[in-house]
Design a protein around this ligand. Structure first.
Ligand SMILES: NC(=O)c1ccc[n+]([C@@H]2O[C@H](COP(=O)([O-])OP(=O)(O)OC[C@H]3O[C@@H](n4cnc5c(N)ncnc54)[C@H](O)[C@@H]3O)[C@@H](O)[C@H]2O)c1
Length: 342
């Protein structure tokens, strides 16, 4: 579908002005330049130059929340560039957005162990009084709230989700706290007629898709029933380890994934594969988020409600209904073209 003139901007609010928010803001700016739109039409880093009639330039940030004294009260671009953010700045200058970051309720957003780090690597809680989330959302005219709170902020995530429910704002839950994939929360959004996408955003070329693709390659190459059955059933806990290691300060926003797969091929002979993937974490998920934001707009136009199953399965690590990557990709394309509501 060609870009449509006189489109209403997609107004978004952001909870958590950390590295992911910084990459998202930069990405919206980067892909909004006319030359970049031409370049992205030849596909470079953003999977969908257009989702329906919408390009990245249709996204407008209208509110933001944080709890760090170096961010609260600052304009959105100054907060994105403030410590402890450490992701790469890939645009020359942040665009001008004269909206100030509001104080959110800290709740469990700041983990106790973070106090042991120097201030340039941790959060410094502001003394400002938390705002009424629902009132700010309502006044801003936001239609989608992006949840970019830290891992483990269950109570804070629930506070923002409740504010969405009371104001009719869609939630794009990018963090591993289960809201869109929790049947109870999912139903509340459905009953209120609000579309939601989550949980835990995927990187575009990240450890998850690399892992899945290589594991599937092993399965497809290894036609013996024995190997297939091992890979199609969950492996024993002692045979599989997928997980993060410690926080490594000098890696900043870079994530390194070491992957090792062992299998058996023709004649039961061993096959081993080792791979190393190094990515800048936050920009890697920003493109996926830009797609999910525009899918939520389509869902609101089509008056859909509750979890968007294909969009969540393609863009998130923990969707309500998991799908293979091929199925999710096929179904999200159908969704974008209006051939499916799910
Ligand atoms: N590719 C990725 O980077 C990726 C992938 C999957 C999931 N995620 C998730 O996205 C989330 C954000 O990642 P990040 O790298 O931007 O984290 P970050 O630590 O850089 O930023 C988190 C921000 O949240 C703020 N915050 C803390 N408590 C708050 C509260 N109660 N209200 C408002 N703001 C609060 C902090 O001050 C900070 O600015 C994490 O949960 C992460 O697991 C990221």
């Amino acid at each position: 579908m060609p870009p449509r003139k006189n489109k209403k901007p997609i107004r978004i609010a952001i909870a958590g002005m950390g590295n992911c928010a910084s990459s998202l803001l930069q990405g919206i700016h980067y892909y909004s330049n006319a030359w970049a739109v031409r370049r992205v039409l030849r596909s470079n880093g953003l999977l969908h130059p257009l989702v329906g009639p919408y390009s990245a330039s249709d996204i407008q940030v209208v509110a933001a929340f944080d709890i760090d004294e170096r961010k609260v009260g600052k304009t959105i671009p100054s907060a994105a560039a403030a410590l402890p953010n450490c992701t790469t700045q890939f645009i020359k200058q942040f665009p001008r957005i004269p909206i100030r970051v509001q104080m959110g309720p800290p709740l469990d957003g700041v983990a106790a162990h973070m106090q042991n780090y120097p201030s340039e690597q941790t959060f410094v809680v502001s003394k400002a009084k938390p705002v009424n989330l629902a009132r700010v959302l309502e006044r801003s005219g936001a239609e989608i709230l992006l949840n970019y709170l830290p891992v483990g902020s269950q109570k804070a995530a629930e506070a923002y989700a409740s504010a969405c429910l009371s104001t009719g704002v869609s939630l794009l839950n990018c963090i591993p706290v289960f809201i869109a994939s929790d049947p109870g929360w999912a139903n509340r959004f459905k009953e209120r007629g609000i579309p939601i996408v989550g949980d835990d955003v995927k990187g575009q070329v990240g450890a998850t898709i690399l892992h899945r693709t290589l594991a599937r390659l092993f399965m497809e190459l290894s036609k013996t029933e024995a190997v297939q059955s091992v890979l199609m059933e969950p492996l024993k806990g002692t045979d599989i380890h997928i997980g993060p290691s410690d926080y490594v300060p000098w890696q900043k926003d870079r994530k390194i994934c070491f992957l090792r797969i062992e299998g058996r091929g023709f004649g039961d002979c061993p096959i081993e594969l080792e791979a190393r993937l190094s990515v800048e974490d936050s920009p890697n998920s920003a493109g996926v988020t830009i797609d999910a934001i525009r899918c939520l707009r389509l869902a609101r136009e089509r008056r859909l409600s509750g979890p968007l199953l294909s969009v969540s399965a393609w863009t998130m690590k923990h969707p309500l209904q998991p799908m293979t990557d091929e199925e999710a990709r096929h179904r999200i394309e159908q969704f974008i073209r209006g051939m499916s509501d799910h």
